[in-house]
Structures are given as structure tokens and as C-alpha cells.
Write a protein that binds this ligand. Sequence first.
Ligand code: DGT
Ligand code: CA
Ligand code: CA
Length: 569
Amino acid sequence: MQNADVAKIFEELADLLEIQNANPFRVRAYRNAARTIGDLPESVAEIIRDPDRSLEELPGIGGDLAAKIKTIVETESLPQLEELRTQVPRGVVDMLRIQGLGPKKAAALFNELKVSSLEMLKAAAESGAVAQLKGFGEKTAKTILEGLANIEQAGQRVYLAEAKPLADAILADLSQLPEVHEAEVAGSFRRRRETVGDLDLLVTADDSTPPMDRLAAHPLVEKVLARGETKQRVRLKSGLEMDLRVVPEESYGAALQYFTGSKAHNIVLRRRAQERGLKINEYGVFRGEKSIAGRTEEEVYKAVGLPWIPPELREDRGEFDAAEQGRLPKLVEFDDILGDLHMHTTATDGAATIAEMVAGAKARGLKYIAITDHSKRVTMANGLDADRLRAHWKEIDKVRQQTKGIEVLCGIECDILEDATLDLPDEVLAEADWVIAVLHYGLKQPREQIMKRLMTAIRSPHVDALGHLTGRMLGRRPGADLNLDEVLKAAADHETMIEINAHPSRLDIDDVGAAAAKSLGIPIVIDTDAHSVKGLDVMEYGVYQARRAGLEAKDVANTRTWAQFKKLL
Ligand code: DGT
Ligand code: CA
Ligand code: CA
């Protein structure tokens, strides 16, 4: 039982209670508990095991919550949750995945219209029944239909960051078997796509029984869906599915290459093989009946006259020409990152203080950061007006002076308002060390107005970077309608950096956009947008996105040392 699993249970409990119109204080207590546990750097299971410690040391955790956490860790569930689940249909909880539809609205739909699944919701919205419901209206009905379309489009894909801990845990477990020599998760996971449809685990073993039995018995696995000679498909408790394939060692490279994909990349590779009189498949590279390669991926690529191609580039987007001409990029790596220029504190909607964020960043080896809380338009997050911002910067300054070994910038995440003005006056922005401009509201405005807004930010002499450019949320809502070419050209002209927001639900700008920015020489800055100390750990997902864009360390501004970065400003 990981902290994240415990947090998820409390979140679900809070959702279900809220749907049932329970006491808001109780609901809030569970949500706070979810956040506390989710952000905790140490394992709650270990605190429970330690006889000298008590869960009640944790902020906001009293006797009742402590007992519940203990039950969850010991039984992987909670009787109260089980009971609530029988009272509220799964489909009603699913409705919460729709952007703009909270527990109160879900409850109204269930109680008034007896809607208990996404299909029923769609029908009710289309028939006009939803629009007529008190507190709903045409606009809400439309939002619901759009949300449903987004969910449908996203299918059952999950964020890479959700899949990663599961894949890593199972990979580590199977790797321990003496019968297993090599193991890797292939597919879209290895290509580090932003979402994955399923996991494709590959292991080498002479006998497929031990790894298959081990996977079937793994605590993360819910059930075996199919089992054959060398292939087994399972469903994890999270709902994600996984294929396990057991291959002999002499085919490992060929199988890894084949199952890493993408399909588009493999088609081109197969054609190259045919042109050389070779046949390529998951067992090896063959001339006639004779296998000439297959033990490693390097061998496979070499057989068709190519150097090894990093998995993140295998999308048939120019990697073959680059490989052929010896100009494959040396992709940026996690350890190259020295700064993080987008994060929040308790001054707005963050969970940690300035000092805690600085200490967390320092502990992660960062050499410079910018504290960028929200500007006033974001009332929901207690956004800062000019006076509060200046006072906040004073606090940041204090911490900066007390801390050695890391530079701390007084920054701001400034909203670009719907009327194409900036949320703070120029003279305030001029005092900032670092300004990220972002769209939060009015994302559905027509392209013309969105462009006007972005141009205001790009032309402002005070704006250093555009944050999460499109405002998209993966699988939940598309980004704003904009002309990317024009935005990037203007950003290049005005020397405005573009952010890759590393948050797993954003990853905005995307890989294709980041590659376009690189081709114009625009520095990319990879930021976490952390709202807690633990939030700083999503940096790796931003780096993956940058790698998929073909970015090298020199293309990423925050790989520079502080002295070099300062010059860039
Ligand atoms: P996903 O799971 O939807 O996120 O995407 P992938 O890329 O992991 O796709 P998946 O799981 O269907 O298959 C894994 C890899 O296996 C895929 O990237 C390439 C390879 N593969 C699967 N089917 C075919 C096929 O029909 N032809 C070729 N050449 N390769 C295939
Ligand atoms: Ca897959
Ligand atoms: Ca698969």
C-alpha cells in the first residue's frame, strides 16, 4: 500500500460523501488527509510499523483518521468506503471526471434525473433534460457534452506518471527471479508517450512458467485475462492492462525493438530490411532462414545500416533521415536540469512555504528556482495583487538571504486576461526577476482573441516565458485554439521562452510544438509547476517530453548554470 493509494481512497471517500451531501467539514477533512498523505515524503505504512511513532504526528490527522489509515494499510480498503460504493453507482463517480461537473451537480443528476452512467448522462444532455434541471441550463449541458466527448476520445489511456510506479514495481519484482535475465517495459511506455494504453512487459527466460506465475501472483495484479505459451495478459487493480511476453535471450533485442514500436517506425524499419534482402520480425533479422541479428537492439539497427535510435524518437517523424545522416540528437537528460522556474507556495494555492520549497529544490540538487505564485485574477487560488505580491517578494528575499547553494528568483505567474491585458501593471512586472505569462480563463475564446492575448504577453518587455501555452488538460479538455507557427515566430522575435510544463496532466507545450520551437532557436524551459515539495518530482516527465521533441541540453534553458541562465534573462 503506497501513500498514493491511501490518498486515492480518501479522495474517493470525499467524492462519495459529497455526492451524498454530507457535512462539508467532514468532506474537507478527508480531502486534506488525502493531500497530507499524498505529499508525505515517507511511507505511512512505515510510520505504522514503527512502534515509536504515531500517525497523529501528521498535520490534520487525529485519532479517527489515524485509525482509518491503519485499516486501509492493513486491509487495502475501508468498510465505510465499501458501504458508500454500494450506495452510489460507479457511473455517478465517473461523472466527476467531466471538467466542470462537481459532486453537487453529479448528485443532482442522480437524484433528480436518475442518471447513473455516462451513457445515460449523454442521453439526458442531448434530450434537453439536463438543461432544464435547476442550477444547470444550456451552457452546463453543453459543457457536459463536450466533457463526455473528451473522455470518449481519451478512451482508457492513463497518464505516463500513473503507469510509471506500477510498471517499475512489477519490473523490479520480475527482475529478481533467477530465471529472468533481462526485463524491460516496451511499447508507448518506453517511448515515454504522455499517456499509455497498456503496458508491454518483455522478459527473457528459458521457461516462461516462473515469470508468468510471478506476475499472476503480484499484489498489483487483479486478474489474469489470458495465458498462452509465451504470452500472458493481466489486468492491474488500477484498471490498466499489461501484456507479458517471455522470449529467448537470442531474440531479446529483436523483440524489444518490435514491441517498443511505434507501428509507424516499425513499418519503415521493415521496409529498409526488405530493401537489403532481409526479413525483420520479433524473433530477429534474417537472411533467408539464417538469423543474422537479434540479441540486442543495436544489432538489429546495425543490420539495416543504422545507429541505435532512442525510443523517444521512434515515431517516424524524421528519425530515420537523422540516423542515416549521423545527426541524431544527443537527447537532454534528467541530470542536465539545474533550475526550475515555475512553482507555488502557501501565498496562493501551494501546500508548502517558501522556505520548504527552497529546501525541497535544494535537496533535489537544483541550483536555481523561481517562486511564481498566481496573480489576482485567479481568485480561486487566492491570487496576488500588487501589494501582496511585493510583500511576498520581501519574504522570498528573506529566505534567499538565509539560504546558501541555491539562487531563488522573485517571480510571478501572471494571467493574460480575457481582454488581452496582463493581470498586473507594468511597473510591478518590471520589479520581478522572472515573469511567466499564462492563459487560465477564457480558453474557449475564438482564435483571433487568443492570439491577441498571447501577442500581448510576447510583446511585453517584462514577460520572460509563456507557461503551459495551450492550457490543455490531457484527456479532459483540449487547449485553446491558436496559430502555433505565428506564436512561435513572435516568441523567437521577442526572445520569449516557451515552457514545457512537466505536470503529467499538462505536458504543455507538447512534443511536436517543442520541436517546432527548437527549430526556431527558442529556448525551452522545463518547469514542474509544483504546488507542494513532492510536486517538484514531476520534472522527469517534462524531460521525457523534451526528449520526444528531440531536444538536446543546449536547447533547454534550465540546463544552463545559474551564471549562464542569468545572462539569458
Ligand atoms: P499504447 O499501448 O496504445 O499506448 O501504444 P503501444 O505503442 O504500446 O501499442 P501496443 O501496446 O498496441 O503495441 C506495442 C508495440 O508492439 C507497438 O508499439 C508496436 C508493436 N506492434 C503491435 N502491433 C503491431 C503490428 O501490427 N505491426 C507492427 N509492426 N508492430 C506492432
Ligand atoms: Ca502498449
Ligand atoms: Ca499491448
